[in-house]
Design a protein around this ligand. Structure first.
Ligand code: ATR
Length: 275
C-alpha cells in the first residue's frame, strides 16, 4: 500500500481523505490517505515521519503551509511565489514542495467559467494568504492586467510589489474599485467576506459588475456566496470555491501518481459529504 496523508490543525473536518481515497479507488491504485492532527511545534517531527515511514505524498494545510517549507529539499517556483506549500512529493527520499492551490484555482476557473484568460482584465479583492496563493498562477495565463484591491490598501500595494513587474500585477485604491469592476472581465473575491456564518455579507456592491463578466469567489462554504448569487442576478457568469478544492487535490493526485485525476468522481464524493 502506498501511503498518503494531510496534516493540519484543526484537521477533523478535512474532506481530503474521502476525496483522495475515492480517486485512488477509481484509478485502481493501492493507496491509503489519512488525516493527521499535527500541533504547532510538532511539524518538523511530522515531516521526519514522512521520510521515515516512506509516505509517497502529503498535503499540508493551515497553519503549516509556510513553516513546512524549511523542512523540504526543494521548492517549486510556484510554491516559492505563493510563499506556501500545500503538496509534498516524496521522490525516493527527496521531499519536493509544490503549491497546487493556485494552479488548482486557475484550472477550475478555466474549466468552469472562462477557458481563455489571456488578454483579460482581472480584479482581485483581498491581499491575504489566499490572494498571494493564486496571483502567480493567474499571471501565468497572460492576462492584460491583475488589479489588487484591499480594505487595508498598504497590504495590496505590498503584495503586488512583491511580484516581478512583467507579471502585470498592480494595486489600486479601494475607492477605484467601482470603475475597475465595471471594466473587468473577471472579479475574484479572496477575502473572507461572505464565509459562513456571515453568509449575507458582501465584499463589494455586486451592481458594479459588468453583465457577462465572471464573478468568482474562493469561499466554498456556502457553495454559492451572496456575492455570487447577486452577480448571477445581474447576468454574470459565476464560479464558486469548491472547484479550487477539487482541483488542488486533482493536481496533488497527478503529481503523486502520474495518472489523470478522476475529477468528476472526486467532486461527486465531496458534494455527497456535505449533506
Ligand atoms: P486568508 O489567508 O484567507 O487570505 P487573511 O490573510 O486573514 O486570510 O486575509 C483576509 C482578507 O480578507 C484580507 O484581505 C482582509 O482585508 P484586510 O487586509 O483589510 O484585513 C479581507 N477582509 C476580511 N474582512 C473584511 C471586511 N469586512 N471587509 C473587507 N475586507 C475584509
Amino acid at each position: 500500500t502506498v501511503l498518503f496523508g494531510v496534516i493540519g490543525d484543526p484537521i477533523r473536518h478535512s474532506k481530503s481523505p474521502i476525496m483522495l481515497n475515492r480517486a485512488f479507488r477509481e484509478r485502481g491504485i493501492n493507496g491509503a490517505y489519512a488525516a493527521f492532527h499535527v500541533a504547532p511545534g510538532q511539524l518538523e517531527h511530522a515531516i521526519a515521519g514522512v521520510r521515515g515511514l516512506g509516505f509517497r505524498g502529503l498535503n499540508v494545510t493551515i497553519p503549516h503551509k509556510i513553516e513546512v517549507m524549511s523542512y523540504l529539499d526543494e521548492i517549486s517556483e510556484g510554491a516559492k511565489a505563493a510563499g506556501a506549500v500545500n503538496t509534498i512529493v516524496n521522490d525516493n527520499g527527496r521531499l519536493i514542495g509544490y503549491n497546487t492551490d493556485g494552479i488548482g484555482y486557475v484550472r477550475s476557473l478555466k474549466e468552469e467559467a472562462e477557458p481563455n484568460l489571456a488578454g483579460k482584465t482581472i480584479v482581485l479583492l483581498g491581499a491575504g494568504g489566499a490572494a498571494r496563493g493564486i496571483l502567480w498562477a493567474l499571471a501565468q495565463e497572460n492576462p492584460a492586467s491583475i488589479l489588487v484591491a484591499n480594505r487595508t490598501e498598504s497590504k495590496a500595494a505590498e503584495l503586488s510589489a512583491s511580484f516581478s513587474p512583467d507579471l502585470r500585477i498592480s494595486s489600486i485604491p479601494w475607492s477605484e474599485l467601482r470603475d475597475a469592476c465595471r471594466a473587468a472581465d473577471v472579479v475574484i473575491n479572496t477575502t473572507s467576506v461572505g464565509m459562513s456564518p456571515n453568509i449575507d455579507a458582501l465584499p463589494i456592491d455586486p451592481s458594479w459588475l459588468k453583465p457577462g463578466s465572471v464573478a468568482s469567489d474562493l469561499i466554498y462554504n456556502p457553495l454559492k456566496t451572496a456575492f455570487l448569487q447577486q452577480a448571477e442576478l445581474i447576468g454574470c457568469r459565476v464560479h464558486g470555491g469548491l472547484g479550487m478544492f477539487i482541483y488542488q487535490g486533482a493536481y496533488a493526485f497527478e503529481f503523486w501518481t502520474g495518472k489523470s485525476a478522476p475529477v468528476d468522481a472526486m467532486r461527486a464524493v465531496v458534494l455527497e459529504s456535505f449533506v
